[in-house]
Design a protein around this ligand. Sequence first.
Ligand code: SF4
Length: 290
Amino acid sequence: MGSECKLCPVSCGADRTTQAGACGAAERVRVAKYGLHPYEEPCISYKNGSGTVFFSGCSLRCVFCQNHEISRAAVGEECDDERLIGIFRELEERGAENINLVTASHFAPQLLRVFAKYRPRIPVVYNTHSYERVEVLQALDKYIDVYLPDLKYFSPKVSLRYTGKANYFEYASRAVEFMAQREAEFDGEKMVRGCIVRHLILPLNVRDSEALIDWFAQKNFPAYFSLMSQYTPCGEIGDLPELQRRITRREYEKVLSHLLATGMERVFTQGYGSADEKFIPDFSEGKELF
Ligand code: SF4
């Protein structure tokens, strides 16, 4: 981070002691919301829910972000190390199956400091858009049990259209290559170590999904692949006509058959019709997440 932050591929060079960077994050950790999440993959939410901590700010900023209220702005509670440890302990006491850090890479140095002081007794999940530097992942790796990386866009044109960044796949493929090496371990049906790479099908982007699946399949990683169909129009999609609707059954079936045709066995799929606003967290103050 230093006086010129280059933690993520944006490399905006902000002095975060005096101002927020392009990701919206300044020096202190900001938690937008935390709580028990029942709608992650079944082996992650398991019985009691995943102890999810949503960090404010984001370096990728997809236009259709379902968490756009918190990814764009410095909302939520500023936390020093003790407060963040307090949040982890509270989630553990509430029976969380794991501590699920959502979009945390812009706070990696602070997390390293916190984990050196306190390690949760339950698995730690690192939930990321994958627009990451591998060096940051390597630094955090010893504290992470389960990786939940997204693999969002293959084509530079597509990532440019939806995030303003043409180099998404260049960074995300390297980040996923690192995270997806982790072998899975289960305690009963709960994943306690491993990696699930997620891909959300977008309307009118079947080809991009297929290209990502092909890339992933030929790598033969030990990681699981999770195909998500829950795209719901939201965020800042005003001038993008294709994003105004959910995916069609035909789009879903096309991508799903492509995935199944690869012969990959470690796969999760969300049925068609999973696009429901109930899966979008409620970030208003004083309300439960779901
Ligand atoms: S983490 Fe934030 S402040 Fe640092 S380089 Fe990336 S966008 Fe800029």
